[in-house]
Design a protein around this ligand. Sequence first.
Ligand code: NAD
Length: 497
Amino acid sequence: MTLLRDAPDAGEFTTRRPTDGTAVATYRTAGEADVADAVRRARAGAEFWRAEGFAGRRRHLLRWKAAIANRAGELADLIAAETGKPGSDALLEVMLTLTHLDWAAKHAEGVLKRRKVKAGVMNYNQHASLGYEPYGVIGVIGPWNYPLYTPMGSISYALAAGNAVVFKPSELTPGPATWIAERWAEAVGHDVLTVVVGDGATGAALVRGGVDKVAFTGSSRTAKRVMAACAERLVPLVAECGGKDALIVAADADLDAAADFVVFGGMGNAGQTCVGVERVYVVDSVRDALVQKVVERAERLRVRDESPHYGPMTLGSQTDVVAGHVRSALEAGGRAVLGGPESIDGRVIDPIVLVDVDEQSPAVQEETFGPVVIVNTVRSVDEAVERANGTAYGLGAAIFTKDAHLGLRAAERLRAGAVTINSVLGFAAIPTLSFGGVKESGFGRIHGADGLREFSTAKSIARQTRKAALNLLSFDRSEKDMHLVARLIPMLHGRAK
Ligand code: NAD
């Protein structure tokens, strides 16, 4: 329910534009009973959805996709209103989201349908097949920074794999969630996708509410709480959490391209991107040139005029985290080459570039989630990789080099779920690539074939086609049969090749 009123009743809350604080909409908070009801309805929806089969689901998903695409501007406006990001960024988010929805709808059957697999010589009388089946009902919990793209990375793949979904969006951004659920109700219905709105308490109720799997995207801190609640009922979890992504610049890199991507990856969406660039490790011979180019580009960004490059901070309290990191970086000997504490004015933060920051400082170790980039100098790409791997996080990473071999070698050694070479965020738009983190950035994968399998359970079927000549799975097996087995073991496995 969304009503435009200034004073919400108890049990209601109002979202506000981060740009000017005006009200966007008022929502009724879903309590425990509402969540339980949504999960119960979703369970019935899951039956309908499963029975539709791959072909039916593909048809429905593509109809829903078209319904969203044909009113994309409306959806982008909602995203922009509640996040404060520029309309162009919001529209790009819609486009990226639909690319994944399209891929998931069209490839679920190819990835998940039952297929014959080899049974092996000893099982010549078995027809073995492997299929992937839906869990049932997936509870999706989303963040606010990309309120459509991020949760839809779970929702699209979960639906395409045959599950019903109950989605709890961030309390800062319920608008896009309720809008896509309305388009679903018109295009498909049957409670296959429903939305419950509220804060962490509603999310916690969903985790406890009888869902078959939870797909959580948000901070590592909340993920731990969600995981503890999942553990009580042995509910499986995919956790997409925070990051502290590093971008490495080798001596042979195209410095203009690297600087362009550093500034876009670090400052875009006001730095509120899980795979945004927060740290740069540049090899000493090109350090000064890179820093100069980064500063030149970053100081050209407009954040306070009519059509800014990025908006204000969506979550007001994140400003304090940014200020704390900048302060501690400077106190520990770091230097500001663009902006500084004075760049933070209410929710609006001008670009900040810091250099030579102590590696143990919170600014280097913890997620800042603001338009701040730290540039530290290293002697080699090897040292850069070591430092890049030196935080608790492992979501994304990037390297800039003209040497394809060096780039690939570094990419393989970076402890991250996704690495780009000579770009940033390149993987986000490629639906065949899986996405997810390691370490405190989470586990499990969304997107691509792995994303479809993440929302499926593998089921093996072995069909005996005829009686085995050597029937070992019977109390009728003889001493002679077992002598044969004793001879077969070294014959089959006795050679190390
Ligand atoms: P958050 O952890 O504060 O909240 C995430 C969601 O969890 C919200 O919907 C919130 O209401 C809900 N929640 C809070 N407490 C809960 C509980 N006890 N049980 C269940 N749900 C609960 O995160 P946020 O501030 O909304 O999002 C920003 C964070 O998300 C950043 O750390 C960012 O890096 C991360 N993020 C990660 C990815 C990714 O794909 N890895 C993508 C986007 C954002």
